[in-house]
Design a protein around this ligand. Structure first.
Ligand code: AMP
Length: 221
């Protein structure tokens, strides 16, 4: 299975991608996670990306395309993958088409998770991430995090720098301007499957699962 999980920041892409990975045993390519790891390790990529990310801006296409090209060509993706957070611009989507053609594989679907802006701001402002296992906790989960420790692994919970309210507003503006047009790119290819991202994590998970279960197996290469 080769799918893209698309949608605005805070709609639940990271949370849902982890379920899909577990269910279908495929590799998750989260460009945001790759960048945050690079920042943590202070690699040249991390140093370059940090300033863009802290302002809520996009990291340049040339950088992002290089990262994704390398991961897609690696053996980790041979059994399938889910792209989470890429592509985020039309040039990224066009270049991805070319990379996939070169490798000789086709996408099965682009899941377009949708939620309105008020809900997104509410979710992001209350979101905490675990430094150790990457678990994402929203407002409702925090009651299950005694002492501010991750309920899954006990790791330290922190607020991402780019989840601060002023940065969130910029991320949403960037989404509307640069990322939303990517939807039309995939709609034109007949790949777009829109999913209501409002509701409990379990309910949204089932909506996505039922779409993935319904994909035509013989359409895959
Ligand atoms: P995310 O974790 O997907 O919300 O991404 C966090 C931040 O990483 C974004 O706000 C961007 O600054 C950067 N980023 C992640 N993926 C991309 C991408 N495909 N293109 C450009 N910037 C990206």
């Amino acid at each position: 299975m080769r799918v893209i999980l698309f949608g605005p920041p805070g709609v639940g892409k990271g949370t849902q991608a982890k379920f899909i990975v577990d269910e279908h045993n495929i590799f998750q390519i989260s460009t945001g996670d790759i960048l945050r790891e690079a920042i943590c390790e202070k690699t040249p990529l991390g140093v370059e990306a940090k300033a863009y990310m802290n302002r809520g801006e996009l990291v340049p296409d040339s950088v992002m395309i290089g990262i994704v090209r390398e991961v897609l060509a690696s053996s980790r993706c041979a059994g399938g993958f889910i792209l989470d957070g890429f592509p985020r611009t039309v040039p990224q989507a066009q270049t991805l088409d070319g990379i996939l053609r070169e490798i000789g594989i086709k996408l099965d679907a682009v899941i377009d998770l949708q939620a309105d802006e008020n809900e997104i701001v509410r979710r992001l402002s209350g979101r905490l991430t675990c430094r150790k296992c990457g678990a994402i906790l929203t407002n409702g989960d925090l009651s299950r995090a005694p002492g501010g420790a991750c309920p899954k692994c006990g790791g330290e919970l922190y607020q991402r720098d780019d989840d601060r309210p002023e940065v969130v507003r910029n991320r949403l503006a960037v989404y509307q301007q640069s990322t939303a047009p990517v939807r039309d790119h995939y709609a034109a290819q007949g790949l777009l499957k829109s999913v209501d991202g409002l509701g409990s994590i379990e309910v949204v998970r089932e909506r996505i699962s039922s779409i993935l279960r319904g994909l035509p197996v013989d359409g895959r290469k």
